[in-house]
Design a protein around this ligand. Sequence first.
Ligand SMILES: Cc1cc2nc3c(=O)[nH]c(=O)nc-3n(C[C@H](O)[C@H](O)[C@H](O)COP(=O)(O)OP(=O)(O)OC[C@H]3O[C@@H](n4cnc5c(N)ncnc54)[C@H](O)[C@@H]3O)c2cc1C
Length: 277
Amino acid sequence: MYLRPTDLDAALNALKGGRLAVLAGGTDFYPAQVGRPLPDDILDITALSALRGVREEASGFRIGALTTWSELLATPLPAWFNGLTLAAREVGGRQVQNAATLAGNLCNASPAADGVPALLALDAAVELAAHDGVRRLPLASFVTGSRRTARRTEELVTAIVIPHWGERARSTFIKLGARRYLVISIVMVAGTLEADASGAVSRAALAVGACTEVAQRLPALEAKLLGAPLDPALAGLVEARHLATLRPISDVRGSAEYRRDAALTLVRRALRQLAHE
Ligand SMILES: Cc1cc2nc3c(=O)[nH]c(=O)nc-3n(C[C@H](O)[C@H](O)[C@H](O)COP(=O)(O)OP(=O)(O)OC[C@H]3O[C@@H](n4cnc5c(N)ncnc54)[C@H](O)[C@@H]3O)c2cc1C
């Protein structure tokens, strides 16, 4: 069975029983099927126009689940989205960005997904809908492991929701790979900082990807940054112990030691970039 409904309720009803495989841009879905038979029952959600686009609401920004990386890049957004748009430019090449959705990136839950740290550093939440209701989960609770999420098989992700940051907020994203384009991350760092009227850090969110099964925020460092002047000296506050929760693996792309060292360097670099903006 191949379903491509145009109506969200019809899609959610079709998901009752949870037997259908959900298909969005297909850029993770199809590569994962290589060498295997395709699933018998597919729910193609690409005709659900209600899930397209980015819009501002009272509480923040709502990125519909079908929004592609290219559509995000074409949307005028506040400066504090800079980190997410930098990540968008790093996801594959143009063809991938034209088809691939942000929500698909989260649902696929790769440890190297570029969207996860960038969205963690914006305090994003994930909206999930089923035939019997809607719920929201903080992104940190949604991605539960490598290729694992808290999504029930009867649920669709319908949106990514990002709370407002203040006018003085700024964000960045740095990806380290073995080459410049079309590369799986070795380490990624994303950060968002907001300053108060005196120029002191009043809100901080920093996340490191590809160094644990699920990208991690750095709460000890975030706490240390609060109240400090938002200037390049912030980088000097970063200590190795602030990254102690990282558990990088050694693989063909880099050793665990290299990843740990690179993460420390990139966190400092990200803070210097944010201070110079
Ligand atoms: C050549 C190439 C290069 C790439 N480079 C990068 C890269 O640099 N960085 C990076 O992070 N990723 C990269 N990717 C991976 C991929 O493009 C992204 O993860 C993409 O954002 C996935 O979105 P999609 O819409 O294609 O998801 P799909 O492939 O359609 O789906 C992915 C998974 O999410 C589920 N899903 C999708 N949408 C929903 C929904 N709304 N509700 C419930 N479940 C859903 C699907 O069932 C499936 O399990 C690359 C892929 C390719 C092919």
